[in-house]
Design a protein around this ligand. Structure first.
Ligand code: HXC
Length: 273
């Protein structure tokens, strides 16, 4: 069944604001990134989404492509962000088939809940490699194309729990802190060449794999958690997609080197809720 537009996009945006723009998305078949992509494509962009699973990535690309007649959405499966060669090949293919890369969403991530004492060095390394090295590889693979664009923009999908530290997630908290820092360095180094580099930091977003992995999944637990969020509700994929549209639009040109939590102020009460 088609995803209703109101689930991934507010009705405040104009059609075609991203006409002729191309977005390259890692982790593009995941719940959050696929909705970010869907919103951009609905507003005129073409897209290339990257993922490890061939079936999941190709199916997501096909589905996203239905939101606008004439949309071009390529799905490149079998691409691990830990492998710089496969990422470079994907970015080059995207640029060749879609005419360039204007926007990048670095969304590929790995996570699991485990106490530090049970976390092997390889478990820690796996998450650092996917999140940090994978983000670095994404920047390296896409930057030559971004530098040829008139609107080069990068968004990293991070998190908020490293602001305080997070038990059972030492690996991903360390990784997200590194990504925030990497984004700031990119903003400083490439800002003079027109690139904007910003982090979007989702709070708990309902219906995501991340949330399912973290909580018990019991409705009463989620209800209690949501009630403690200052904005009084869980986040939605639309909240993240709208923030993405804003940052990539002409309205976001002067926002650079920032970390933007989209979490209903939840992180300010982290630990209490
Ligand atoms: C303890 C674990 C573990 C677990 C894996 N490992 N899962 N240790 N508890 N639950 C250990 C393994 O034993 C191994 O260490 C090492 O981690 C690597 O495991 P592999 O399975 O070989 O790695 P790989 O196939 O590369 O898979 C990577 C992964 C996996 C991160 C472990 O979970 C994955 O592919 N995740 C991608 C999808 C995902 O995580 N989505 C959630 C993103 S949400 P040893 O020592 O045995 O070799 C997100 C947002 C966070 O990131 C914010 C939420 C609010």
């Amino acid at each position: 069944m088609p995803v209703p537009e109101s689930e991934y996009l507010s009705n405040v945006w104009k059609d075609d604001i991203f006409k002729d723009r191309v977005v390259f998305v890692t982790g593009g078949a995941g719940t959050i990134c696929s909705m970010q992509t869907r919103a951009l494509v609905r507003l005129g962009a073409n897209a290339c989404i990257i993922g490890r699973s061939v079936d999941k990535t190709e199916a997501a690309a096909k589905d996203i492509g239905t939101v606008r007649p004439g949309a071009k959405v390529i799905g490149i499966g079998g691409c691990d962000v830990r492998n710089p060669e496969s990422l470079k090949a994907a970015a080059d293919r995207c640029a060749k088939e879609l005419g360039g890369i204007d926007f990048v969403i670095a969304g590929a991530a790995g996570n699991f809940v485990v106490p530090l004492e049970a976390m092997s060095p390889n478990a820690f390394k796996s998450v650092i490699d996917i999140d940090v090295l994978g983000t670095f590889n994404t920047i390296k693979a896409t930057m030559p194309h971004l530098l040829r664009s008139s609107t080069p923009r990068i968004i990293y999908v991070s998190a908020t729990f490293h602001y305080t530290g997070m038990p059972l997630q030492a690996h991903v908290a360390a990784a997200k802190a590194a990504i925030d820092s990497l984004s700031a360095s990119v903003a400083l180094e490439y800002g003079p060449r027109g690139v904007t580099s910003n982090v979007v930091a989702p709070g708990g977003i309902e219906g995501t794999e991340g949330l399912a992995r973290l909580g018990s999944g019991r409705p009463e637990e989620q209800k209690l958690y949501a009630a403690g969020i200052p904005s009084g509700r869980m986040g939605t994929v639309r909240d993240i997609a709208d923030a993405t549209v804003f940052l990539f639009s002409d309205a976001g040109t002067y926002i650079n080197g920032q970390v933007i939590p989209v979490d209903g102020a939840a992180w300010r009460r982290q630990g209490d809720i």
